[in-house]
Design a protein around this ligand. Structure first.
Ligand code: PLP
Ligand code: TYF
Length: 394
C-alpha cells in the first residue's frame, strides 16, 4: 500500500528554517518563520505563562480527560478576549482546537459539511496553509486581490471588485489583524464596507486571528473581528494563542461559530464537539488551561498584557528604525510602508531572485515571496538588512 504514496510538497517556510540552521555564517539573519524573537534572538516563555505553569504544577490533581470541546472556561475567557461584549454568549458556539491551524482545519471541514458547494475566497497572497488545507479538504479556493504591489498597502478597490464575484453561501476568509504575509491591513471604514458587501450578497465571513496584540494593541486588533461578529448573521472565527501567549508548541486554538439564531447554538455546539471527536477526540489542554488561568487572574493578566505590549512596541520600533534607515540610504520615501504595516510580517514586494541574492550575498533569510519577520531583527541588524536591501537593488 505505501508504495502508492507520492512525495508531498514541502512547507517553504519550514524548509527555509532548516536551510538557515545549516548556514555556517555567523552574520546570518533569520527573517523566516513567524515566531517572535527578542533582541537576543530568543523566543521566550512569557513571565505569566511561567507563573501559571508553576501554579498549575502545584494545584493540578488530575490529568484525566476534560471534554470534547475542551474546558468551557477556556472558551468563555477567549471569547471575552476576542469579542469583548459585542456578541451575546448565547449566540456563540466554541471548541478548543490544537492551535490556530486546528481551528482553521475544523472550520473548513464544517464549511464542507454545511455547504459542500461553498467556495472559500482567500486574499492574494495569504498564509500558504490556508490554500493547502482547503485543497486537501476538497474545497474550491478563489483568490481575491489584496496586496497592492505598488503602494504595498491594500488594493481595496480590487478586493471589493473580486468579492463581488462571490455568490450566496461562499465563504470569505479574512485575517483578523496583522495580515500574514503582507502586514497590510484593512481600516475600520474598509471593514465596514466589506461587511456590507458580504451581507448584501449572503456571503459567510471566516476570520483567522493569530496575532491579536501584535499590531495596534489587544483591543484595537480585535476591531475587525468584533465588527464582523456583531454585524453579520453568522460567521466563523479561528483563533490562535501561539503568538500572543508565546505557547507555540502547546497547540492552543479556538474555533467559534457566531450566529444570530440563538436557537441554533446547541446544534452548533454539538457540531463542533462532533468534529473534534472525529479528528482527535479531546483537544490539548495544557496551553488552554494556562491561557484561562492568566485571563481570569488580574495580576497574571496584567503582567501578560504588559509583556505583550513590550513585544508589540519593540516590533514597531524596529519597523520605524528600518524605514528610517532605508530612507537615509535610498534618499526616498519608498520604504515608508514598512512603518505602516502591522504585526510580525512585512512583504517587501521584491522578486524571488533578489530574495535569493540577499540570502547568498548577505545571509539574510526571508521567505521566497519576500516576507520578512520583523521580530528576527534587532537594533544592530536593522542597518545590515537596510544596506543589503539597497545593495541588492530592491
Ligand atoms: N493563521 C495564521 C494567519 C497564521 O499565521 C498562523 C501561524 O502561526 C496560524 C493561523 C496558526 O498558528 P498555530 O497553529 O501555530 O496556532
Ligand atoms: O507563517 C508563519 O511563519 C507562521 C508559523 O506550516 C507557521 O504562521 C509556518 C508554517 C507552518 C505553520 C506555522
Amino acid at each position: 500500500m505505501f508504495e502508492t504514496l507520492k512525495s508531498q510538497p514541502a512547507d517553504k517556510i519550514l524548509a527555509l528554517m532548516q536551510k538557515f540552521r545549516e548556514d555556517p555564517r555567523e552574520s546570518k539573519i533569520d527573517l523566516g518563520v513567524g515566531v517572535y524573537k527578542n533582541a537576543q534572538g530568543v523566543t521566550p516563555v512569557m513571565r505569566a505563562i511561567k507563573a501559571a505553569e508553576h501554579k498549575l504544577w502545584e494545584e493540578q490533581t488530575s490529568k484525566s480527560y476534560v471534554g470534547l470541546i475542551g474546558d468551557p472556561a477556556y472558551s468563555d475567557a477567549m471569547i471575552k478576549l476576542i469579542l469583548a461584549d459585542t456578541v451575546e454568549r448565547g449566540n456563540i458556539a466554541a471548541a478548543a482546537t490544537p492551535g490556530g491551524t486546528g481551528a482553521v482545519r475544523q472550520a473548513f471541514e464544517l464549511i464542507k459539511m454545511a455547504n459542500p458547494s461553498a467556495r472559500v475566497f482567500v486574499s492574494d497572497p495569504t498564509w500558504p496553509n490556508h490554500i493547502s488545507i482547503l485543497n486537501y479538504v476538497g474545497i474550491e479556493t478563489v483568490t481575491y486581490r489584496y496586496f497592492d504591489r505598488e503602494t504595498r498597502g491594500v488594493n481595496f478597490d480590487g478586493m471589493i471588485e473580486d468579492l463581488k464575484t462571490a455568490v450566496k453561501g461562499d465563504v470569505i476568509l479574512l485575517h483578523g489583524c496583522c495580515h500574514n504575509p503582507t502586514g497590510a491591513n484593512l481600516n475600520d471604514v474598509q471593514w465596514k464596507e466589506v461587511i456590507a458587501l458580504m451581507n448584501e450578497r449572503g456571503l459567510v465571513p471566516m476570520i483567522d486571528i493569530a496575532y491579536q496584540g501584535f499590531g495596534d494593541g489587544l483591543e484595537e486588533d480585535a476591531t475587525g473581528v468584533r465588527l464582523v461578529a456583531s454585524g453579520t448573521p453568522e460567521c466563523l472565527i479561528a483563533a490562535s494563542c501561539s503568538k500572543n501567549f508565546g505557547i507555540y508548541r502547546e497547540r492552543t486554538g479556538l474555533l467559534m461559530m457566531v450566529s444570530n439564531d440563538t436557537a441554533a447554538q446547541k446544534l452548533n455546539q454539538g457540531t463542533l464537539a462532533f468534529l473534534n471527536r472525529q479528528n482527535y477526540s479531546f483537544p490539548p489542554d495544557h496551553g488552554a488551561r494556562l491561557v484561562t488561568m492568566i485571563l481570569n487572574d488580574d495580576a497574571l493578566r496584567a503582567d501578560w498584557a504588559a509583556e505583550l505590549e513590550e513585544t508589540r512596541l519593540g516590533m514597531l520600533g524596529l519597523r520605524q528604525q528600518l524605514a528610517d534607515e532605508l530612507q537615509r540610504l535610498s534618499g526616498s520615501d519608498r520604504f515608508g510602508f514598512l512603518a505602516q504595516h502591522r504585526g510580525m510580517f512585512s512583504l517587501l514586494g521584491t522578486s524571488p531572485d533578489l530574495v535569493e541574492k540577499m540570502r547568498a550575498d548577505d545571509g539574510i533569510y526571508m521567505v521566497g515571496d519576500s516576507r520578512m519577520n520583523i521580530a528576527g531583527l534587532n537594533a544592530d541588524t536593522v542597518p545590515i538588512l537596510a544596506k543589503a536591501i539597497i545593495d541588492a537593488g530592491v
